[in-house]
Design a protein around this ligand. Structure first.
Ligand SMILES: *Cc1c(COP(=O)(O)O)cnc(C)c1O
Length: 380
């Protein structure tokens, strides 16, 4: 092929294309905030919470300062602390486990399913049985909807019920996805999502939200969000945070919400085309038939990952590795005493996985260019 003289440069995520499309709506929304001046907990925050409650199909939405706070606050509401065990997967972003450790509790890792990369319910059952023999008290499970695909909630709920544990859905990557007709964010007892700019539903800064049906949980979360307030900010009934979501960021999301459903479709179209055209060089992602993914990442597996990444880089195609090192092998978790070999599926996937450009505005020409580059990476 003689096209290599024309060097392309494809963005990994193109936030600019989206902004060009709705710039006017965003500016109008932001201008309204500048006019009324209620920068903290202004009317846009309430409006967004109402809209997202409807979108997800739950009773309550509590926005907050980040996806990490959205995971931390429910654990605080459950009064998780030293001596408690919370189960999660080691193949995720550090936040998922970090919040458990921040409260003095112990993350207990459970290996993932080799096809979906989500927590393996069979191994979860075993891990809980094991912990029950020791000194830690099993309290909850944080399944992660990795790369945008919900975890196995029916199986997880059943296990949770059997052992009396709560389920906190980490929907940071799956906002907008569906599981058996229900939206991500409604799949556990309580759910957390992130509005970090690169997530499927991102604002222009940090942000997050918590979803639940239980009014008492919602009330506790609202208290924790403002320093554990009781009847007012100077009546502190528990230890809390400054965990509020900015009014200006709520304004940005209200504008983005107008096109979000369409963007979900566009993402799915890109992923569908990728999966159809990718040959034998890589293993395409697998989404179970009873659920959808919002494709926070389009991640593939390859034996010779580093060679392929280099050859894509030479053609102006960026890639990323989520995640190069499972959490049980991170220096921060050395004290937990895990070893290489403890979670063979997570370790194997970490060695073989990489993600390619994915966003709603990736055109077919660029998709084909990327697919061709991957399919020819081994041949050359
Ligand atoms: C991004 C992410 C978070 C944390 O969200 P922030 O808004 O960056 O704090 C938590 N869990 C997962 C799986 C994520 O991908």
């Amino acid at each position: 092929m003689e096209q290599t003289t024309k060097q392309k440069s494809i963005p990994f995520i193109d936030l600019r294309a989206q902004q060009d499309r709705i710039r006017q709506a965003i500016e109008e929304r932001i201008n309204r905030v500048l006019d009324h001046g209620k920068y903290i907990m202004g009317p846009e925050v309430k409006e967004l919470e109402e809209r997202l409650t409807e979108f997800v199909g739950v009773n309550h939405c509590v926005t907050c300062a980040s996806g990490t706070d959205a995971l931390l606050m429910p654990l605080m509401a459950y009064e998780i602390g030293p001596g408690d065990a919370v189960f999660t997967a080691p193949f995720t972003f550090i936040s998922t486990a970090e919040v458990i450790s921040l409260l003095g509790a112990t993350p207990v890792f459970v290996d993932i399913d080799p096809q979906t990369y989500n927590i393996d319910p069979g191994k979860l059952n075993n891990a809980i049985q094991e912990v029950k023999k020791g000194r830690l008290q099993p309290k909850g499970i944080i399944p992660v909807d990795l790369f945008g695909q919900p975890a196995d909630y029916d199986e997880i709920e059943q296990i949770a019920k059997e052992f009396g544990l709560f389920v906190l859905e980490d929907a940071a990557q799956s906002f907008g996805a569906e599981y058996k007709g229900k939206r991500a964010g409604s799949l556990g007892d309580v759910a957390a999502t992130s509005f970090f700019p690169a997530k499927p539903f991102g604002c222009y800064g940090d942000g997050g939200a918590i979803f639940c049906d239980d009014a008492e949980m919602a009330q506790r979360l609202r208290s924790i969000r403002v320093h554990g307030q009781g009847t007012n900010k100077y009546d502190n009934v528990r230890i809390g945070l400054n965990g509020r979501f900015d009014t200006i960021q709520a304004a940005v999301l209200l504008a983005k919400l107008e096109i979000f459903e369409e963007e979900i479709q566009l993402r799915d179209k890109v992923a569908g085309r990728y999966s159809e055209k990718l040959g034998e060089v890589v293993v395409a992602p697998f989404v179970k038939p009873d659920r959808t993914s919002v494709w926070a990442q389009y991640s593939v597996l390859a034996r010779n990952r580093d060679e392929i990444i280099q050859s894509l880089k030479a053609k102006g195609i960026p890639t990323a590795i989520y995640y190069p090192k499972p959490l049980h092998l991170q220096p921060a978790y050395k004290s937990l005493g895990y070893q290489n070999g403890d979670f063979p599926v997570s370790e194997e996937i970490a060695n073989r996985i990489f993600s390619i450009p994915m966003h709603p505005y990736l055109n077919e020409e660029d998709q084909d260019y990327i697919v061709d580059a991957i399919n020819s990476a081994l041949v050359s």
